[in-house]
Structures are given as C-alpha cells and as structure tokens.
Design a protein around this ligand. Structure first.
Ligand SMILES: Nc1nc2c(c(=O)[nH]1)N[C@H]1C(S)=C(S)[C@@H](COP(=O)(O)O)O[C@H]1N2
Ligand SMILES: [Mo]
Length: 525
C-alpha cells in the first residue's frame, strides 16, 4: 500500500537540488553544522566568561594551556620563524584543529546524533579541564565551558533536527530550507553578538579609568628635562605608556576586574594577608623613576623603557605579614598563572622594589599589569616585574621554580650594564659636517658613571651624559661629531658607578641576558 503519492520531483532525495545540501554535499553541510555549533558555543562561553572571569573563556583557557605545554625548543622555533606572531599562529592552529574536530562532530551526527554530540562534549570537556587546571583557577572557571557545551549541543541538535525533517513531507521542502537558513543566520548573529558583547563587558569591567590613585607619601624628585628636547633622535628620558615595550606570555591582555581583584601574601609568613585594591592603595605609596629591561633584549635592542612608578614598597607588605626564617625567594603569581621568582634579598636590601599601581601618573595600563604589578630595580623583568600580580608566596628556591626558570633561564638575573646608539641609525646616510652621536645607557641600581664612543676603531672618547633621574634609571648621552665623507663604524660602551665596564664579550639573551658592544655602520656623503 502506498501511503504517499509519488514523491514530488523536488522531494526526491536523489535530486533535492533546492535543498541546502544534495546528497553528495550532505557531509559538507553537516560539517558546517558542527563548526557553527562550536562557534556559537565558544561565543556563549566567551560571554559568560566576560561576566565571571575573562581568562576562563574556553578559547583562552585552551590557548594558554597549549602555550604552557609547548616544549621550549618548539617555542624557540616558533619565535624564530614567526617572530612576535608566534602566539596568534599557535592559537590559530589550535582553533583550526578544534574547528576541524567540530566539523567531524557535525558529520558524525549524520550517522548518529549521539556520536557527534559525544565528540562535541569531549571538546567542551577539554576546555573545561584546561580552565580548571589553570594555575590560579577557581571552581567557577568551568562555568563558561559548560555554557559553551550547552549552547553548542543545543545548536547542533537544532540544526541537525531542522535538516532531518523527512524529505517526504514534500511541502516542507522549501520550508525546511528556510528553517535551516534562519537557524544558521540566527546562530551566526548570536555568535557575533555575544563575542562583541563579551568584548564590551570585559573592557568595561577592566577599565583602568575606574581607579583613582592617591598621591604618593614619598614623591619622586622633579623629573629633569631630557636630551630629546635638544636632539630629538635620542630616546625620550621618560617612555610614554603607549610606547613602553611589552613582553609577556599572553595571547590577549589579561583583563582583571578590579572589584574582584585581591593580593594575597602567603607561604612562610606569620600571618597571611589579603588586600583588595583600595586597601593596597591606602598604604603608604612611593613614587620612583625606574627603568625596566627584558632579559631577551639584544645588544642595541628595544626591550627597555623608563617610567615613573607609584606603588607600595614590597618591604612594607613583608613587614605586615612577618617573613619566616626559611624563606629565600618571593614567588609571585599573576592572574594568568604566570610565576616569577624574586630573591627575598632584593626586597630587603633597601632598593625600591614595589607593588606598583601607577605608571607615569596613571593607573597601570592593562598591557602593563593593571591593576598591580611588581617593579624591582636592577633585575630583569622575568625575575622581578610580575604584571597582573595576585599572589606573593614566601618560599625557597629549593621548593619552587617559576615559569622561566622551569624553562632553563637563569634563576636570578641582575641587569647587565649596556648602552645603545639611537642616532645615527644603522646604515643611515648623513651629510658631512657637525652632527651628534647619541643614545641611552643603563645599569639599574648601580648607575651610569661614563659612556664612551669609539669611531672607526679609534680611541674611546667620553660622551656627555644627560640629566640624571637616579641610579635605577637609564641615562641619556651624546657626543658631538664632525662627520667626514666615507663609511664609519660607531660603537659605544658604558661604565657603572661601581667601575664595571660594559664588556665586548658577546652573550646571547639566554640564559641571563645579552652582552657585547653595539656597532653601527653609517655612510657620510
Ligand atoms: N604576568 C606576567 N608578568 C610578566 C610577564 C608575563 O609573561 N606575565 N613577563 C615578564 C617579562 S619577561 C618582562 S620583561 C616584563 C615586561 O613588562 P612590560 O610588558 O610592562 O614592559 O614583564 C614581566 N612580567
Ligand atoms: Mo622579559
């Protein structure tokens, strides 16, 4: 008995040309369902994370975990091959892989829905586990991944359901297509809308503009006028926040909601301390000019910057908790899970190590650690400049290793004396006559006593030093030069106030900072 009339030609599954997917294209359509469901889920997770903890977003949790798990040689390869694009490329590949699996999940639903659903859930579970295992994770950090799972599953179910309405219900043919198209468009809108909403919510909740900085109890001296006013090619004495170099392991700038933020001091202490931002800012604040340097800075490189920092002396915080006898390192943890080991000694030897909340008269920019970071004069950033700081743990070098020390960088690393030629630029072509050779030099916490310039391998000549902003700060210098026609090789070297002369012996940044002397070749017409 024939229950149905002969199928309408359009409803023939073998020639459903008006359907979104003909039989052969069916797989592609289902793969698309998987991808779309995953994208909608990820967007939902992102939105939920923006309300709870932006770092718990499924993509970020996975991305950060991948970065942490990438073996050092591969990281070095990625940096060497892709430069600063290494992280986006790494995460792009992860995302592509995930979307590939999501596509597979979509295709699997064509065989049996549960197969596809199971694969999708596996993906979500991986995100949830990654979020839960982040070093500073809280139980609630799995919620965004769960939301992603719910939305992803619902989307996958809805799409496959819409596509599966029996073809025999001929009149539903065109209808089914519009239902599907509406579903697809709706999900795409949802994904775009929630991603944008998440961005705005995060930007709003983490805007540095919402904090007002109290004035320092101990202000810095009047800041001198830099040489750049006279020789504009010399690096400005103070680096504007927007131009300050940025180095960290993060894919996206960690977004910290200051209302939820806390600084915990624990470990080998007499009494643990937990401070919120207002409590921290209410302590006595010092204001100091300090130059930061990255250990990855090559001779002549740009990973160095000078700023005026406002913060609470580390010593004051340690006095409040009472440090035990055993501790020899301060292990600081950032909201991104990054850790840094700082020798306890440098917090106690009188230098201005601080938990900074202000940079050049403003709250810390998000890129530079909002709402609070460590600043330690005299040692490289990776051992003393924890951004997005959330915890200080008094412990020992024997018990704990930090992020970069686990990756074989030096345990402790004082900044090496160095100097850089800013003008003239390498391979510049100049007119003959009077000009200047100029740049900066730094040896934080020892101070610069002298900078010398060597032209064409001749004798070292003393350059003039710019104004001083203290021994923790870099120093500008210049040497007037009567340039004569031909090719010239310029070099510079600095000497510290304690008599250490910048060495010509070359060292790579790994493992304890670069050394050597910068040489610049210029042509004079
Ligand atoms: N949380 C966190 N803090 C961090 C890092 C990081 O990757 N994560 N990188 C460190 C390194 S290697 C350097 S050189 C300084 C750079 O600080 P800046 O980006 O403000 O210049 O931050 C340090 N603090
Ligand atoms: Mo660094």
């Amino acid at each position: 008995m024939q229950r149905y009339p002969a199928p309408h030609p359009r409803a023939d599954p073998r020639r459903t040309t008006c359907m979104p997917f003909t039989r052969s294209k069916g797989w592609i359509g289902y793969a698309g369902f998987g991808v779309l469901a995953a994208v909608a889920g990820i967007a939902a997770g992102h939105l939920v994370a923006s309300l709870l903890n932006p770092a718990a977003s499924p993509v970020l949790a996975i991305g950060s975990t991948v970065i942490d798990l990438t073996p050092t040689p591969m990281k070095e390869w990625a940096v060497a091959t892709f430069g600063t694009k290494d992280k986006p490329i790494l995460v792009g590949s992860v995302l592509l892989g995930a979307l590939g699996l999501a596509a597979l999940a979509g295709v699997l639903t064509r065989i049996r829905f549960v197969f596809g659903a199971a694969l999708l859930l596996l993906l979500v579970a991986t995100c949830a586990v990654a979020a839960a295992l982040r070093p500073v994770a809280e139980p609630a950090d799995v919620v965004p991944s769960l939301a992603a799972g719910l939305v992803g599953l619902a989307a996958l179910g809805g799409l496959t359901q819409a596509a599966r309405v029996p073809a025999e219900e001929t009149t539903l043919g065109p209808n089914r297509r519009s239902v599907l198209l509406m579903g697809v468009a709706g999900l795409a809108w949802f994904a775009i809308g929630s991603t944008e909403a998440a961005r705005r919510i995060t930007a709003y909740r983490t805007r540095p503009g919402q904090v007002t900085l109290p004035p320092p109890t101990s202000p810095a001296p009047q800041f001198p006028t830099g040489l750049e006013k006279r020789y504009d090619e010399i690096t400005a004495l103070r680096t504007p926040n927007d131009d300050f170099y940025r180095v960290d392991i993060n894919l996206t700038v960690p977004a910290v909601a200051v209302d939820d933020w806390k600084l915990t001091i624990d470990g080998d202490v007499e009494r643990e301390l937990e401070l919120d931002f207002d409590e921290l800012a209410a302590m006595s604040l010092i204001e100091r000019d300090i130059t930061l340097t990255c250990v990855s800075n090559e001779v002549g490189g740009k990973y160095v910057g000078g700023a005026r920092w406002l913060g609470v002396p580390l010593k004051d915080l340690l006095d409040r908790v009472g440090v035990g006898d055993g501790a020899d390192q301060i292990l600081s943890t950032a909201v991104d899970g990054f850790t840094i080991s700082t020798p306890l000694a440098v917090a106690l030897d009188g230098r201005d190590a601080m938990v900074a909340i202000g940079m050049n008269g403003e709250p810390l920019p998000r890129e530079h650690g909002f709402p609070a970071r460590l600043v330690t004069p005299g040692i490289y950033g990776y051992v003393g400049a924890t951004k997005w700081l959330t915890k200080l743990t008094l412990t020992t070098y024997e018990a704990e290793e930090a992020y970069w020390t686990e990756r074989d960088w030096a345990i402790d690393a004082p900044i090496k004396v160095s100097s850089r030629i800013d003008t003239p630029k390498p391979l510049a072509t100049l007119d003959p006559g009077q000009t200047v050779i100029g740049g900066i030099a730094w040896a934080q916490h020892r101070g610069i006593a002298k900078v010398e310039v060597r032209i064409d391998g001749g004798a070292w000549q003393a350059a003039k030093l710019g104004p001083s902003a203290g021994i923790d700060y870099w120093q500008q210098w210049y040497l007037p030069w009567e340039a004569t026609s031909g090719s010239h090789m310029l070099a510079c070297r600095a000497t510290t106030k304690d008599g250490d002369v910048q060495t010509a012996v070359r060292a790579t940044p790994f493992p304890a900072g670069s050394s050597g002397i910068q040489e610049v070749v210029v042509r004079v017409n």
